[in-house]
Structures are given as C-alpha cells and as structure tokens.
Design a protein around this ligand. Structure first.
Ligand SMILES: CC(C)(COP(=O)(O)OP(=O)(O)OC[C@H]1O[C@@H](n2cnc3c(N)ncnc32)[C@H](O)[C@@H]1OP(=O)(O)O)[C@@H](O)C(=O)NCCC(=O)NCCS
Length: 158
C-alpha cells in the first residue's frame, strides 16, 4: 500500500473513489453525497485553489483504495481539517484508513499543527468509531450545519 499526496494525474482515481459516496444515498441528503467530478476537483490541482491537499491510498498494483483531503486554510494558525475521507468498501477494516491517518499526522507534526478537526454525521457509524479510536473527541453537535441537517464536530489536540 502507498499513501501519497495526489497530483493532477490522480484526479480520475479520486473521482472513482468519491463515487463511493453513493453508498449513503437515502441516508444522507443528496447534496452531501453528490460525488465530486473532475470539474469540482481540478481547482485544487491547477493552482487556482490552494486550500486543499488530497491524499490517495493505492494498492501494490497502483489501484486506488481510499482518499481524503487536508484543508490547510488555517494552517498558519496551527489548525487543519480532514475532509471527505473514504475507503472503498472492499478495503475497509484492513488498515487503509489508519495508514491515511498516519500520513495526516506526519503532515501535522511536520507543519506545527496543534489541532486537527472534522465534520461528520451521526449516520456514519464507521467514521465515528474510526475517529474515536484515533483519539478524536466529539466536541459538539452543530445545528442545521449543512443541508438543514445537524453535523458532528470532532477534534484532536496534538
Ligand atoms: C471511516 C473509514 C474511512 C475507516 O477506514 P478503514 O480503512 O476501514 O479503517 P481501518 O481499517 O484503518 O480501521 C481503523 C479502526 O477502526 C475500526 N473500524 C473501522 N470501521 C469500523 C466499523 N464499521 N465498526 C467498528 N470498527 C470499525 C477498525 O476495527 C480499526 O480498529 P483497530 O485499529 O482497533 O483494529 C471507512 O470505514 C469508510 O470509508 N467509511 C465510510 C465513509 C465515511 O464514513 N467517511 C468519513 C466521512 S466523515
């Protein structure tokens, strides 16, 4: 397995991974599970939007297994946010998410990050368990945060 920062050449693999949000159709609002398209993602790779760094997990044959992004908008304030973490169904519970998270931690330590946070949803059981195992604390429930729906705020202080 390899975890690396994605480049423009990886956009198609990210699109493939993010088609996995379809799994949550009917569980989460449609807008939240709308898969990212190439047009959505290109801005993060052509220099026009520098707020996100995407991570891609690939297997030994270079096939994509999972992805997420790090929102570095507040990096200067020692703060990053994890977004859109997903591992392909067939590869879950085999350590892929943990390997991605290790890479995030490495990035955080190298960049003097003191706080990692994320939004998730009550319905995402695997995510709630995963982040709790990683030491995140449920810091709050935000009312009507997205799509008229409450969101959960998880944070990890380093
Ligand atoms: C959350 C997610 C990314 C974790 O990735 P993963 O590759 O399955 O994670 P790992 O295999 O590294 O598992 C890490 C730990 O979480 C536990 N875990 C993961 N999913 C679990 C589940 N559904 N139930 C119980 N434990 C779970 C594993 O047992 C493991 O614990 P351990 O280290 O004590 O053995 C993955 O489950 C996923 O893609 N979920 C759907 C999308 C999603 O909800 N994304 C988050 C958006 S905020």
């Amino acid at each position: 397995m390899q975890i690396r920062f994605a480049t423009k050449n990886d956009i198609n693999d990210l699109v493939l991974i993010y088609q996995g949000w379809a799994e949550f159709k009917g569980i989460l609002p449609d807008q939240l599970v709308e898969p990212d398209t190439r047009d959505d993602l290109i801005q993060y790779f052509d220099g026009s939007n520098r707020s996100r760094k995407y991570l891609l997990a690939t297997d030994d044959d270079n096939l994509p297994m999972g992805a997420c992004y790090i929102d570095i908008t507040f990096l200067i304030l020692n703060n990053i946010r994890i977004g859109d973490m997903i591992v392909k169904k067939d590869f879950r519970n085999q350590g892929v998410g943990s390997a991605i998270f290790d890479k995030i931690l490495k990035y955080a330590r190298e960049n003097n990050v003191k706080k990692i946070w994320l939004w998730t949803q009550e319905e995402l059981e695997s995510a709630k368990k995963f982040y709790t195992i990683k030491g995140f604390i449920l810091e709050g429930k935000q009312k009507n945060q997205f799509c008229n729906k409450d969101a959960l705020l998880f944070g990890l202080i380093l």
